[in-house]
Design a binder for this molecule. Structure first.
Ligand code: NAP
Length: 481
């Protein structure tokens, strides 16, 4: 796939957690799978003073331990030969001269990727300093890690800053959910099978649920989490991408802009919330102590009076012909009863009385994205024996088992795509800002709201108020159906 394209990947933040835990191990996997051009170079940069030998040693103790499969000392040694290191402080323009020389000095520099795995406060200065040494030419791509802002205004500011030096088609905004095979599979499932598309609309679908549930709490990240919260951490980005992939129209092609045009239409068709309507359509929750597990307010580095949400549920509506009238329930939470990311389509009830009993919502399509990659279609079948009773059973496929082939981690897929210049799995500016626009009334409501978040017991499925959000439409969360 990528073996034909030589590349120079400049990895800012190379000594950081993300690089050591994900990016470098994923690049190793791509290397072992033969997906990196033999001459492709990874140039780690960060503030710390060290040479290439010392950085490779750091990778021994930090990156190597995160490689879960296909490890061999021989492959690792060969992989390390690709890696070099340069000290560059983003705030020191003079450091970029040696970076420019290191990149321009390579024979083949027509495929340069700059990955900014550093705090976004550095993006503007990094881009300006890169441009000063010609590292914003058309053949250079820049990758931006999340978070891209904390609200619409800060997101626009980051985008404006970067746009001063890079054109939109050079900018790769990461949302690692888009790198997940299971999310990409949604397009094949929807548009590659005639059996689903005719039913995928408000004539047949009663409601849709999108869930990202985590069992972990905030662990040692209380300080970061308390200024972020679940809405910014999960809803504005990952859940919004799940919503787009579930609800979008068929794109003209799978080219980046055709796909992104359709996704942005979904976000723009969302019925806008207002600061007032947030009270009826959004539930803000916070986990409380239960079963010997701390509540959020007892976690390290969390203020005892924090209102930060560890759970959000939203009742959204897409105001277009396909979806008008169908509630889309989005929810995410920490310290939930299970760890799952899933999409559930509840089809409407059948209006017939042929059988002795009736099953509520007989047809349901459950697409689990993680930890398993499964698709289950629930349907009614006859219970054996005399009489005509029916019950609901799943017809399921485990994609991990049913489809041969190596399933790469999301970051590996995204790194390979950026090296290859494929933008489809990255966020476009208008998409990102439309998502921020949608969630802004929620942030504004919460900033003024003096009512504490709804409590939910650690390792439960969320607050009672989130059940009421669905009850108005006669719906129940998936685990209660
Ligand atoms: P981190 O562990 O704190 O590492 C920060 C990196 O930035 C280090 O390599 C550091 O270099 C470098 N750095 C800091 N100041 C610098 C400067 N003035 N000039 C050059 N380099 C500088 O952070 P991280 O967890 O890897 O996260 C990096 C980015 O990815 C953040 O924006 C974060 O929000 C985002 N992100 C992280 C994760 C994750 O799982 N960690 C997940 C998603 C997104 P020195 O060590 O040499 O100072």
């Amino acid at each position: 796939m990528n073996t034909q394209t030589d590349f120079d990947l400049v990895l800012f933040g190379a000594t950081g957690d993300l690089a050591m835990r994900k990016l470098l191990p994923c690049l190793y996997q791509a290397h072992v799978a033969g997906l990196l051009h033999p001459q492709g170079r990874i140039l780690g940069v960060s503030r710390s003073e060290m040479d290439t030998a010392a950085f490779r040693e750091k990778m021994e103790s930090h990156a190597k331990i995160h490689i879960k499969q296909h490890f061999s000392e021989q492959d690792w040694a060969a992989f390390l030969q690709r890696v070099e290191y340069l000290t560059v402080d983003v705030t020191r323009a003079e450091d970029f001269r040696s970076l420019g020389e290191a990149v321009h000095g390579r024979k083949n520099t027509d495929n340069v990727v700059i990955y900014l795995s550093t705090a976004p406060k550095f993006f503007a200065q990094a881009c300006e300093n890169l441009a000063a040494v010609g590292l914003n030419a058309d053949h250079v791509r820049v990758v931006l890690e999340k978070p891209l802002g904390t609200d619409l205004a800060t997101s626009q500011q980051i985008n404006d800053d970067v746009a001063r030096f890079f054109k939109e088609e050079q900018i790769y905004r990461i949302d690692h959910y888009l790198g997940k095979e299971s999310l990409q599979n949604l397009l094949a499932l929807r548009f590659g099978n005639i059996v689903f598309e005719p039913l995928w609309n408000n004539k047949y679908v009663k409601s849709v649920q999108l869930t990202i549930a985590e069992q972990l709490g905030v662990e040692e990240r209380g300080e970061f989490y308390d200024i972020t919260g679940a809405l910014r951490d999960m809803v504005q980005n990952h859940l919004m991408q799940m919503l787009c992939m579930t609800a979008m129209e068929a794109p003209k092609s799978l080219d980046a802009d055709d796909v992104r045009d359709e996704k942005v239409k979904v976000i723009k068709a969302l019925k806008p919330l207002t600061v007032e309507s947030v009270n009826e359509n959004v539930v803000r929750g916070q986990y409380t102590a239960a079963g010997g597990v701390n509540g959020y307010l007892q976690e390290n580095n969390v203020p005892a009076d924090s209102f930060t949400e560890t759970y959000v549920a939203i009742k959204a509506e897409i105001d277009n012909e396909r979806w008008r009238g169908v509630p889309f329930y989005l929810r995410t939470g920490k310290r939930m009863a299970g760890k799952v990311a899933e999409i559930v389509l509840n089809f409407k009830d059948l209006n017939q009385k042929l059988f002795e009993n009736s099953v509520v919502a007989p047809n349901r399509l459950v697409i689990e994205l993680q930890p398993n990659e499964t698709v289950s279609l629930y349907m009614q079948v006859k219970t054996p024996g005399a009489g005509n009773r029916v019950e609901r059973v799943p017809l399921g496929v485990d994609l991990g088992k049913a489809v041969a082939g190596r399933r790469a981690e999301a970051y590996e897929r995204l790194l390979l795509d950026v090296i290859d210049g494929k933008l489809a799995l990255f966020n476009r500016r208008d998409e990102l800002e439309a998502a921020w626009e949608y969630v802004m009334p929620i942030l504004d409501n919460w900033a003024q709201n003096t009512q504490a978040p709804h409590g939910y017991a650690a390792h439960s499925w969320g607050p009672e108020a989130a059940r009421s959000l669905l009850a108005a439409n006669g719906d129940k969360w998936h685990e209660e159906q």
